[in-house]
Design a protein around this ligand. Sequence first.
Ligand code: NAP
Ligand code: HSE
Length: 428
Amino acid sequence: MKPIKVGLFGLGTVGTGVVRILERHREDLESQVGSPLLIDKILVRDTAKERSVRVAADLLTDNPRDILDDPDIDIVVEVMGGTDSARSYILEALARGKQVVTANKDLMALHGPEILAKASESGCDVLYEASVAGGIPILRTIVDGFSSDRIRRIMGIVNGTTNYILTKMSEDGASYASALREAQELGYAEADPRSDVEGMDAAYKMAILATLGFRTRVSMRDIDVQGISRVTAEDILYGKRLGYEMKLLGIAECQDGLVSVSVQPTMVKKSHPLASVKGVFNAVYVYGEAVGETMFYGPGAGELPTATSVVSDLVAVAKNLRLGVSGRKAFHPYRETRRKSDEQITSKYFLLLHVDDRAGVLANIARVFSDCDVSLESVLQQPNEHNPNAEIIIITHDASKASIRRVLDEFQKLDVVKQVRSVYRVEG
Ligand code: NAP
Ligand code: HSE
């Protein structure tokens, strides 16, 4: 059979994995597709750089025209990252009738509608399974597996780097900086790791999950994002003492057509399955109206796990090409997006306060909560020999985001409250 020719944009962590899987599983892949999958050209920045995988020197190029202008290249696989060049190469590839596979969540979260519209116009496929949760086939599961249900809630540990850092801090007492360095060395982190630790990478993934899951367009401006760079060892320790693990959690909810999506460090009850997701592993918890609770778990980053998803997209696209049905199964959000207000977003909260250690202080604090209509589940005073103030940890019952904000505003006016050290959402 005539080979299907592939142009690869990028030969870094993921691109290397793609080359390895195409080599190692060549026969299986050929049997599934019905034609060999052949890498014809690989775009890199530096063709002279030493590579950890062997590729013929004439495959490498630093000129994107070698791929875009070659009419024999049927499919492009974009694993170079970034949004500027990647966007223009993909749009041009689609305009020229090439099928596209990408692992680029930034690109799909920011420019997904434009890219998918161009794909529809050109009758081409664009698949992006690896963009969310690396090796977990979660996008297909949400689009196809849940097509018969209505998804109400998606909660995800969707960033391997931050989960690796929080696990190392919680279990080994590692510092934030050393855990981040290790994650970078292992190839999990983005080129600019601020995207990981400040929660943007997770937010891109939650935008994609919520768009597909709720069949409505969720863009980055719909998402409240907070990263882990201000989480302290003390927060993690106090959380553990009370039976919680700290996780960077993406939470997307859809109720009566109203959507809320956020990413924030969250105290997850140890009995919840998301609390036991450690290291670079990811998990996506999906609650469907009919099916109830489900959870999908696996490696969220790294060379081979991510490449597994990329190559499975490549197989799907290649099969469609052979069957002549490219571009027929495009996903289009069909519901109007309406956001929940802060009065409608509710959860439990964990607060760590430093307060004056004298009579009547707790009563003052309790009055603020009561005036703001927030009910308390537990209150704990922690002795701390290094702190002359009393440390109070409060877990609330379900409260709206707006009422917690009112509580924090009131604390600013109360001189017995020296510092609101931390505020976290609580789940499970
Ligand atoms: P990476 O290791 O930094 O590799 C990027 C590759 O693209 C390199 O080969 C680089 O060339 C090439 N490249 C970058 N910009 C280029 C440009 N403007 N022109 C030509 N070549 C360019 O990145 P990665 O970790 O493999 O990630 C790739 C994509 O997959 C990103 O979108 C990322 O978010 C996504 N992703 C990564 C993971 C993961 O575990 N790493 C998991 C899921 C998704 P040189 O080699 O010459 O520098
Ligand atoms: N930097 C990302 C992570 C790579 O740590 O999860 C996978 O998307």
